[in-house]
Design a protein around this ligand. Structure first.
Ligand SMILES: [Zn+2]
Length: 120
């Protein structure tokens, strides 16, 4: 499953980050995913529950932000948001656009962790 491998790499990456914070537990992981990354959020959430089991991420919340597809339109000389993924045309002037500026992202935006109590 596509989503499971995505989630596994997220868990790996977060676990690595956590090495700097011994004993910390993750409360929330925020992702930015482009609309073209063909990720199904329901599957992602489902896989997250499985993949985080027994890790410092267990019980944490996965927040997914879907980024719209934007392309650069030469005619308008600006970045425009593409509403339909069926036809890559500028919504302003209807010119065909192919210069992708956003839409394939798949990255961790932020990680929220519980403060670790310092032992004195
Ligand atoms: Zn245009």
């Amino acid at each position: 499953m596509h989503e499971l491998s995505i989630v596994s790499s997220i868990v790996d990456s977060v676990t690595q980050t956590l090495e700097a914070y011994p004993g910390a537990r993750v409360k929330e992981v925020r992702l930015r995913i482009g609309a073209l990354a063909s990720v199904v959020e329901d599957s992602l959430q489902f896989c997250y529950g499985i993949a985080t089991d027994g890790t410092p991420l267990e019980g944490s919340k996965l927040v997914v932000k879907i980024l719209p597809v934007t392309m650069h339109c030469d005619s308008c000389a600006s970045d425009v948001e593409i509403a339909s993924l069926q036809s890559f045309r500028c919504p302003r002037c209807d010119a065909p656009v192919s210069d992708l500026r956003q839409g394939r992202e798949l990255e961790i935006e932020s990680i929220e962790i519980d403060e670790v109590e310092e032992k004195v």
